[in-house]
Design a protein around this ligand. Structure first.
Ligand code: DQA
Length: 161
């Protein structure tokens, strides 16, 4: 019977592993090569591996994705809700500062969204100081390099988010 296991006590619900979506926006596929003095030398694949290991330790699964297309991020936010994700960690990269569509998508779903950035955009050029993503997110973790993702994951796992 799906979702249940039988033992001598009868049918007991099996614990379901909750999934955390980790959505990454434009140019983050070039992490490691791209402006390493700002974003560090860790690649997105290495971040994915680190997050998968930490998530497993914490009893969660990770769905890690990257796209250079704004509408794809909108579709994936909707999907996170439809699939019953526990939360979304969203590094929307430059769309953070431009995309009302992403803000609307975050507001349209009940899945909590944590905004993530490697750098601290508020200490950089003025055009990075506005975050439409941050207007909808329940929490922002920024300025810790690749560690920002782990901190955001742990905030979800601990129930803070
Ligand atoms: C970024 C910050 C954004 O301002 C920038 O456009 C990015 C990366 C970060 O993770 O520090 O592409 O989201």
């Amino acid at each position: 019977m799906t979702g249940f296991r039988a033992d001598h006590l009868g049918a007991i619900p099996a614990p379901m592993t909750e999934t955390i979506y980790v959505l990454n926006g434009p140019n983050l596929n070039l992490l490691g090569l791209r402006e390493p003095e700002i974003y560090g030398s860790t690649t997105l694949d290495e971040i994915a591996g680190m997050l998968e290991d930490r998530a497993r330790e914490l009893g969660f699964a990770i769905e890690m994705r990257q796209t250079n297309h704004e509408g794809m991020l909108v579709d994936w936010l909707h999907e996170a809700q439809a699939e019953g994700a526990r939360a979304v960690l969203l590094n929307a990269a430059a769309y953070t500062h431009t995309s009302i569509a992403l803000l609307d998508a975050i507001k349209a779903i009940s899945t909590p969204v944590v905004e993530v950035h490697l750098s601290d955009p508020k200490t950089r050029e003025e055009f990075r100081h506005t975050s439409f993503v941050g207007m909808g997110a329940v929490r922002t973790v920024e300025g810790h390099g690749a560690e920002s993702y782990r901190i955001a994951l742990e905030a979800v796992a601990s129930g803070e988010v």
